[in-house]
Design a protein around this ligand. Sequence first.
Ligand SMILES: *[C@@H]1O[C@H](CO)[C@@H](O)[C@H](O)[C@H]1NC(C)=O
Ligand SMILES: *[C@@H]1O[C@H](CO)[C@@H](O)[C@H](O)[C@H]1NC(C)=O
Ligand SMILES: *[C@@H]1O[C@H](CO)[C@@H](O)[C@H](O)[C@H]1NC(C)=O
Ligand SMILES: *[C@@H]1O[C@H](CO)[C@@H](O)[C@H](O)[C@H]1NC(C)=O
Length: 410
Amino acid sequence: MRMSACDTPPRAAMRLRMFFVVSFAWAYHETPRYEHHDPVTSELLLCDQCPPGTAVERHCTSDSVTVCSPCPERRFAEQWHWGESCQHCTPVCKERQFVKRECNATHNRLCECVPGYHLSVEFCVPHSVCPPGYGVSALGTSDSDTVCEKCPRGFFSRVASASGPCVPHRNCSQLGMKTRNPGTATQDTVCDREPTIDCTRKHTDCHADITLCEEAMFQFLLSPPLASVDLLLESLPGRKVDKKSVEPLKKKCSPEQQALYLLRLWREQNKDQGKLYSIIQGLNHCERKVSRCAGLKNVTLEDLLVLMDSLPGEKVSEEAVRALALSCPTHRHVAQLLHLWKSQNTGRDLAKALNHSVRQLRSRNAPKTLLRAIKRISRVITASTHRPYEKILTGALRDASCFKTKPYND
Ligand SMILES: *[C@@H]1O[C@H](CO)[C@@H](O)[C@H](O)[C@H]1NC(C)=O
Ligand SMILES: *[C@@H]1O[C@H](CO)[C@@H](O)[C@H](O)[C@H]1NC(C)=O
Ligand SMILES: *[C@@H]1O[C@H](CO)[C@@H](O)[C@H](O)[C@H]1NC(C)=O
Ligand SMILES: *[C@@H]1O[C@H](CO)[C@@H](O)[C@H](O)[C@H]1NC(C)=O
């Protein structure tokens, strides 16, 4: 149960008031006082209190001030007070607690529950585990339990866990597939193997089948001699993609499109595989960086036309650029234009094309924000996709194909 600031209980309010009185006194170097009846004269006196770390040894009299003495070992006084003894320090920490801070004259010993436990009515108890269908919205601490939330629509949690949050369902349409079973609070969405990519259609809508980072990273696989989809299919490392899932594309799509689709399925299937995981993490990282690129938020149609002109190879038609500017959200415009360009220039390297574009934009005095955005995308694409992973993947492919062609009588 949480308490809001509005219903502070009276005891806390009192403590708060005391705190102010004390700090007020400190701030003005004024010693707080207390009333004391002198037992000899019966006079009512106003004595000085003793500071933290000490206790009253002798109350004041009409002609002497209060005498304070330091707290003995294993005793403490946290506040100004007029008691004749200091409080005892907590002697030992409880089971499953460790000493967070030792006792000294001004502070009691502080005990804290060991990791994985929290204090509940005086005892350290293990953090609760959120059942399947619930995710962790706040991790347990030494004094608070795990906070679970029911997975909201679009999210799931398959296992009972004290640390796992609800994670989003996979989005089949983004993977170019149909949904077979929609996800629930405890299960991920199941996609059909049947792809929905329509390679005969011009990609003028906002649905990019392949992201820029994937294009760039997989680029080198699509240049000869690796352009064969069947070879790719057989030699990709990790979990194999089912041959049948690419079959429906064979009639309609170019080998490049098939290969990109295949790589996308492969990526999805190998999300959790050791070495490949780092490639895929790199891709995700790259995509986040591209999508967060600040300059992309407010490019104008004019900017898009300038950018289109600066790209090498076959140009995207002005009509298509206008169409995408009308149908896509602004922050997607640049990525979508590059995607369109890529689908018309399948053989070209996106990283090189962006370098070319940057040089062109610079020589034509293009708007600074546009130039900066393209430079940044170019850097992200070059740095985080293409180069670092090229070696790993080509290595894996080469090994696999070598192995395949090795004669058995060796
Ligand atoms: C006692 O412990 C507190 C908290 O660790 C520290 O701030 C304070 O300086 C200590 N006092 C002495 C006298 O060591
Ligand atoms: C999947 O992604 C598409 C495009 O990004 C979006 O329009 C659609 O709502 C998403 N579907 C689900 C089930 O989240
Ligand atoms: C984009 O927006 C930022 C801040 O909102 C602004 O400083 C910048 O000039 C804008 N760029 C263009 C090309 O409109
Ligand atoms: C693009 O240009 C940068 C620096 O100008 C260079 O380091 C990088 O290798 C170039 N990338 C390609 C693919 O040509």
